[in-house]
Design a protein around this ligand. Structure first.
Ligand SMILES: Cc1cc2nc3c(=O)[nH]c(=O)nc-3n(C[C@H](O)[C@H](O)[C@H](O)COP(=O)(O)OP(=O)(O)OC[C@H]3O[C@@H](n4cnc5c(N)ncnc54)[C@H](O)[C@@H]3O)c2cc1C
Length: 440
């Protein structure tokens, strides 16, 4: 919670009602500020939204996974009245494939759970298990730090191939949505630190068993509107300019004291271009990675876990939606870092994913639909300079791409939203909260 108001109430426009914008708005309202929330879409949620579909009552924009270490996201959900235990299925981290091969963790303190999981990893040769434990000890002793320009592949030199292929590579592409040869080892180490070696349960998988909308976006919007937030859906913001005197003019809306740009990096770059050229250039320099999700109908299966790791094909993970409150015999396949697949177009990508399914689980399957999000997340490459949260005085940016230790995730988005809201309050009081200034 932001705590009691220590500054004059600010009028704040939040542009973008994805998870970052919603988190910022909740924090701002709790601190007593007057918030206007604007989005070009009809509904909140951004990339983590659900929409009605022709084949399912509600279809998510793509299969999402949360983990126990998503501390701020889970806290935000609770703040707007959502019980995470009711909408998320919590399971221990399992990276097992359809044949039951792979690492699976048990319960207990994180380090103990990891060590026991490695020791019990039966299909991994003993020398490789011991090598992994030595590696993990090295990460820990090194403070989970490495050279900023190292890729995950370079960093993993010396890691046994079995461990690389069955653990580091799938974790990297799942968490960073960037293939290991191009992915930042430093960000990967941060994820490993917080997930595998955080508090108890931090590595747990939290799998949505309700549409993404119900996890946070809809309840957050209802919570905000009950508290007087002005909500403007279907309203693409076209222009941002300094208001006469002070503050900002967002299109033809009433002027505000501060603005939080929680829209995409590209849109934020466009809106601030003449005002903050360096920030704008940094935001425009970001590159993206696609994610493809295929929905498959197949005979109901009895899997050992709702999520299985796949290899030898474009998808890395398969999910049994019937174990997650979905219809029986409905599954998803997820291909992250899917630039090659996306380049083929949706129809060919769908067929490639269906063929991968059939190789893994048998021929009796039908492709229900496929969705390719070309700009699913930023490409989390080594040494990437991400734009700062402070764009200019009283102008802020929130979103998964904004400078921070995490890859593009719901947790990264929510954290920047919260931090920017706290900085808005502090800047209103003339304080500095440790947010970095841009060199415009
Ligand atoms: C297919 C897929 C799978 C993913 N899987 C996972 C996962 O398993 N786990 C995980 O943690 N993360 C996952 N992610 C990433 C996660 O969805 C994002 O990190 C998160 O949703 C980003 O939120 P955001 O608020 O920063 O941005 P966005 O969600 O992009 O929100 C930006 C909002 O701004 C609005 N907007 C843009 N321009 C304007 C404008 N000019 N005027 C008004 N409004 C505007 C947009 O409509 C949008 O609502 C996945 C993403 C995708 C696409």
């Amino acid at each position: 919670m932001a705590g009691p108001l220590t500054t004059a109430p600010q009028r704040v426009a939040v542009v973008g009602a994805g998870w970052a914008g919603l988190a910022a708005a909740v924090e701002l309202v709790d601190a007593g500020h007057a918030v206007t929330l604007i989005d070009m879409a009809a509904q909140p949620g951004g990339r983590a939204r659900s929409t009605p579909s022709t084949t399912l009552p509600q279809q998510d924009n793509g299969q999402h996974i949360l983990i126990g270490a998503y501390r701020d996201t889970l806290a935000m959900m609770r703040r707007v009245g959502v019980d995470p235990d009711a909408v998320l299925l919590r399971t221990r981290l399992s990276l097992r494939d359809p044949q039951g091969r792979g690492l699976a963790l048990g319960g207990g303190p994180a380090t103990v759970a990891f060590a026991l999981g490695v020791l019990r990893w039966q299909d991994c040769p003993w020398p490789d298990r011991l090598a992994l434990l030595r590696l993990a000890l090295g990460w820990r002793l090194g403070g989970f730090r490495c050279e900023p320009d190292q890729s995950v592949q370079e960093f993993a030199q010396g890691c046994p191939p079995s461990v690389y292929q069955a653990l580091l590579e799938p974790l990297c592409v799942a968490a960073l949505n960037t293939p290991a040869p191009q992915a930042s080892a430093q960000v990967m180490l941060t994820v490993l630190r917080d997930a595998l070696f955080g508090g108890p349960g931090s590595a747990d998988l939290l799998l949505p068993r309700a549409p993404l909308d119900a996890l946070f976006p809809r309840p957050a919007l209802a919570w905000l509107m009950q508290r007087g937030v002005a909500w403007h859906p279907r309203r693409p913001v076209r222009q941002l300019r300094p208001a006469p005197g002070a503050g900002w003019q967002v299109d033809d809306l009433p002027p505000v004291d501060q603005v939080v740009l929680a829209c995409s990096a590209t849109e934020a770059a466009r809106l601030v271009h003449p005002l903050a050229p360096h920030w704008s250039r940094q935001a425009l320099a970001i590159r993206y990675q696609p994610i493809a999700t295929a929905w498959i109908d197949a005979p109901p299966a009895r899997w050992t876990a709702p999520m299985l790791r796949l290899s030898d094909g474009p998808a890395q993970f398969a999910f049994d939606l019937s174990a997650l409150g979905g219809p029986p015999g409905c599954f998803t396949l997820v291909a992250s870092g899917a630039a090659d697949l996306a380049a083929q177009g949706a129809a060919a990508a769908g067929q490639a994913l269906l063929a991968h399914w059939q190789r893994c689980f048998g021929p009796d399957a039908r492709l229900r639909s496929v969705r390719i999000e070309k700009r699913a997340t930023f490409a989390c490459t080594p040494g990437l300079a991400r734009p700062a949260a402070r764009v200019a005085p009283s102008l802020w940016a929130a979103g998964d791409y904004v400078e921070g230790p995490y890859p593009a995730t719901l947790e990264g988005a929510v954290r920047t939203g919260r931090q920017v809201a706290l900085a808005v309050a502090a800047s209103g009081a003339g304080q500095v909260l440790g947010m970095k200034s841009p060199s415009t």
